[in-house]
Write a protein that binds this ligand. Structure first.
Ligand code: Q9C
Ligand code: ZN
Length: 359
């Protein structure tokens, strides 16, 4: 299996996220992608390829141009404002555009100050921007699109190893650790070229961004298994009753799951998801692969074990669709590489081959 990877992911390396007002070390760190890369390099089922630049077209196909413009200039504006030294080494909003604020008053105009703009284009406090965030996020999109090209060229399965993850980014905002929704960009790119596409999002968190981007479309099916928004981030979206709208009605399927979700419970929900994907007659499948469903993940509450990822990959392969796997979440770094490798081996039909954790 070809793995597309770009070392520029390390340029996005904020130090502090804010959860419930508490500053804490980032969970979404460069070591995540490096742990996966190391595990795949040690397995001859995988070979590495570099991304090719695809420009901004596929980004603005799924994102508001204002968001893209802001992210491109945010760091420079922040530096110019503080002149360096005394400013925090990262940029995060203190005010976000809550819908209640202007209820009944129409759309808010985008302010001109960078400190206002960041809250206009961001929806939470766990995705700080640093000097290289934009470059890393652009590289991640190119990883996903290059992997999509390999799929279009005939590979049965391709893996895009990218970060920061993007599935929490709707058309007009960033957040949820990511800047650009590369799974959505690759899905739209594939839909333009092959017709119907299915997105299977197995990250622990609901992919609110991807759902929003395709909510009105019938050609791109969005199916997600995730922690129930009644208790889990992103809280306000991912409910079972959300099924798509207009021409997209029936083309979103949410399967919220309970805390402590076991391997068996998970596989049963996966079968439901795969049945819906099979009905879609897609020409390609995009998997948003989050490994934060793992039992030891520090920010999630499912109970999956490493071996079940092999079975999940195997069942996904059973669809018989050209499959583009794109990395999203997963925060238990010591097992992340092994979990990804196990999942991908299942997809490839290679035997389960559990290895001891390095280090
Ligand atoms: N206090 C992905 O896995 N923090 N994003 C949740 C709640 C943000 C996760 C913890 C989680 C974002 C791609
Ligand atoms: Zn996640």
């Amino acid at each position: 299996m070809q793995v597309v990877y770009d070392p520029r992911h390390v340029l996005h390396d904020p130090v502090t996220e804010v959860q419930y007002g508490v500053p804490m070390p980032m969970y979404e760190v460069p070591a995540r992608a490096e742990s996966i890369r190391a595990a795949l390099l040690a397995d001859d089922s995988f070979s590495f390829a570099d991304p090719v630049g695809h420009g901004l077209g596929p980004v603005t196909a799924v994102h508001h141009e204002g968001l893209v413009r802001f992210l491109g200039e945010a760091w420079g504006l922040w530096r110019a404002r503080g002149g360096g030294g005394s400013m925090p080494p990262q940029f995060m909003p203190d005010t976000v555009l809550h819908p209640a604020m202007r209820e009944g008053m129409g759309e808010a105009p985008e302010p001109s100050a960078a400190v206002g703009r960041i809250g206009y284009w961001c929806w939470e406090t766990m995705t700080p921007l640093v000097a290289g965030s934009y470059q890393a996020a652009r590289a991640a999109v190119d990883v996903a699109l290059t992997a999509a090209d390999l799929l279009l060229a005939g590979d049965a399965a391709v893996y895009g190893l990218a970060r920061p993850p993007g599935h929490h980014c709707p058309r007009s905002a960033f957040g949820g650790y990511g800047l650009f929704n590369y799974s959505a960009a690759a899905s739209a790119y594939l839909a333009d070229r092959v017709g119907r596409v299915a997105v299977l999002d197995v990250d622990y968190h609901h992919g609110n961004g991807t759902q929003q981007i395709f909510y009105h479309r019938a050609d791109v099916l969005y199916v997600s298994l995730h922690g129930d928004p009644d208790r889990a981030f992103p809280y306000f979206i991912g409910w079972a009753g959300e099924r798509g709208a207009g021409p997209g009605e029936g083309f979103t399927l949410n399967l919220p799951l309970p805390a402590g979700c076991t391997n068996d419970r998970y596989l049963a929900a996966l079968d439901t998801a795969l049945e819906r994907v099979a009905e879609h007659s897609a020409a390609a499948l995009v998997v948003s692969l989050g490994l934060d469903t793992y039992g030891q993940d520090p920010i999630a509450d499912f109970a999956l074990s490493t071996d079940v990822y092999h079975e999940v990959g195997r069942r996904v392969a059973g669809l018989g669709l050209p499959t583009l796997v794109l990395q999203e979440g997963g925060y238990f770094v010591p097992k992340l590489g092994e979990n990804a490798r196990t999942w991908l081996r299942g997809l490839l039909g290679r035997p389960l081959d559990l290895r001891p954790t390095p280090g």
